[in-house]
Design a protein around this ligand. Structure first.
Ligand code: GLA
Length: 368
C-alpha cells in the first residue's frame, strides 16, 4: 500500500538525488519505521514482541555511480556528501547502515560500477522508532530492485540484523528489522523471536495509538543497551538456562534469589513476555481496555526491573494515564525516546493538546 507519506518521501528522495548527482535515480524504495506496543528487550532473549509499522519512514534512491567501488552518499538531513569504498569498515556515520546493507546484497555490482545513494527520512533519529532498520530495509529493497535480486522480506530482516550486529556493532535482536520488513500497515505484528513465527494482530476499533517523543533522545550504541544484553547472558548462566524466555512465572522465586541486578533483568523478561502474549490475546478479543492495562504493567517492569526508563518518560506515562488514556508505556530500546499511548479516537485531540501544554518538550510524532 502506498501511503501519501510514502509517495511524498519517494518524491523527495528522487528529487534530492537528481539535484545532488545531476541525473535521475534508477530506483526509489520506502521502508517504514515502527513503534513497539509491547515486549521490550525480549527479542534477544528469544521472547515475544508486538511491534507495529508506522506511516513515517525512509526512502532510498539509488543510481549508477561514477567510479568502480565508490559509493557517493547524500541525504536530505545532512548537507555534507560522503564518498566511501564498498569494502570500507564502519565509521559510526549514518551511511554505515546503507553501506552495510549494500555490502550484504550487491558488493560485486558496486565493485564493478560504483553507486550513488540519496536518503530522505521523516523518522526522527533517537526516538526509538527504528530509523536505522528503516534505512537498512529501504536500502535492501532499492538495491534488490536495481540489480534484480530476490526480495524476500524475512531474508531481508535477517540480513539487516546482521548489518547491525556484525557491521555497525549494535548487539540488537531481530524485532526492528522484522517489523519494518515483514509488518503490514494497519496491523500490529506478533513475533516469536525464537522461532520467527509471526502473524498479524488486529488493532482495536475506535482507539488510536499515539507516539509521543519525550524530548530526551537516546543513542543505543552508547547507552546501556549492550550492558543489558550482557546482564541477560549472565542471568542465563546464574539460572542455568539457555535463554531467559525459557523461564516463566513459576520461576520467579528462584529468579528473585539471584544477585541484583540480574534478578530484575530476568524478572522483566518473564513479565514482559507474559504481558506480550496476553496482549495478543486481548487484541484478538478486541479488548482495548485490557490492552491499556497491560501497557501500564509493561511500563512498570521497564522502569522497576529493566531500569531503562528516564524520569521524563515516567512522568509522561503517569500524566497520560492520569488524563484518562487507557494505557501508556515507553517504547523501543529505552533510556529516553518515545512513549506510546492508547486513547479513544474521540479523545485524541484534547489529549494531545493538554499533553503539549503540560510538557512543552514533547512532540506528537504519529497517530495510528
Ligand atoms: C532496539 C533494538 C531491538 C529491541 C529493542 C528493545 O530497538 O534494536 O532489537 O531489543 O531495542 O525492545
Amino acid at each position: 500500500m502506498h501511503t501519501s507519506t510514502e509517495t511524498d518521501l519517494n518524491r523527495t528522495a528522487s528529487q534530492g538525488f537528481e539535484a545532488r548527482f545531476g541525473r535521475v535515480p534508477a530506483v526509489v524504495a520506502f521502508a517504514p519505521g515502527r513503534v513497539n506496543l509491547m515486549g521490550e528487550h525480549t527479542d534477544y532473549n528469544g521472547g515475544y514482541v508486538l511491534p507495529m509499522p508506522l506511516g513515517l519512514g525512509v526512502s532510498v534512491a539509488l543510481g549508477p555511480g561514477d567510479s568502480p567501488g565508490d559509493i557517493r552518499f547524500a541525504s536530505a538531513a545532512f548537507e555534507a556528501e560522503e564518498t566511501r569504498r564498498v569494502d570500507e569498515a564502519a565509521t559510526g556515520a549514518w551511511s554505515d547502515y546503507v553501506l552495510g546493507a549494500l555490502k550484504a546484497l550487491v558488493t560485486s555490482e558496486i565493485t564493478e560500477a560504483g553507486l550513488c545513494v540519496f536518503v530522505a527520512s521523516n523518522l526522527p533519529m533517537g526516538a526509538g522508532l527504528s530509523s536505522s532498520a528503516a534505512i537498512e530495509i529501504g536500502t535492501l529493497r532499492a538495491a534488490a530492485a536495481m540489480f534484480s535480486k530476490p526480495a524476500d522480506p524475512v531474508d531481508f530482516a535477517l540480513k539487516a540484523r546482521a548489518v547491525e550486529n556484525d557491521f555497525v556493532g549494535m548487539p540488537c535482536g531481530i524485532m526492528d528489522q522484522f517489523a519494518v520488513s515483514v509488518g503490514a500497515p494497519g496491523n500490529a505484528l506478533f513475533l516469536d523471536t525464537r522461532t520467527l513465527e509471526y502473524h498479524p494482530a488486529p488493532l482495536p476499533e475506535g482507539y488510536s495509538f499515539l507516539v509521543i517523543h519525550s524530548g530526551v533522545s537516546h543513542q543505543l550504541t552508547d547507552s546501556g543497551y549492550a550492558t543489558r544484553v550482557a546482564e541477560c547472558k549472565a542471568a542465563c548462566t546464574a539460572l542455568g538456562v539457555e535463554m531467559l524466555s525459557d523461564l516463566d512465572d513459576d520461576d520467579l522465586p528462584r529468579i528473585d534469589a539471584i544477585a541484583e541486578p540480574l534478578n530484575r533483568r530476568a524478572r522483566h523478561i518473564v513479565t514482559d513476555n507474559r504481558l506480550t502474549r496476553d496482549g495478543l490475546a486481548v487484541l484478538e478479543a478486541g479488548d482495548a481496555v485490557a490492552f491499556g492495562r497491560l501497557m501500564v504493567g509493561s511500563h512498570a517492569t521497564e522502569r522497576d526491573n529493566y531500569q531503562i526508563t528516564v524520569p521524563e518518560t515516567d512522568a509522561l506515562v503517569a500524566a497520560a494515564v492520569a488524563d484518562g488514556a487507557l494505557g501508556a508505556r515507553q517504547t523501543g530500546g529505552g533510556f529516553g525516546g518515545a512513549i506510546v499511548v492508547l486513547v479513544a479516537d474521540e479523545a485524541v485531540d484534547g489529549f494531545s493538546a493538554r499533553l503539549a501544554a503540560a510538557f512543552p518538550a514533547t512532540r506528537l510524532l504519529a497517530v495510528t
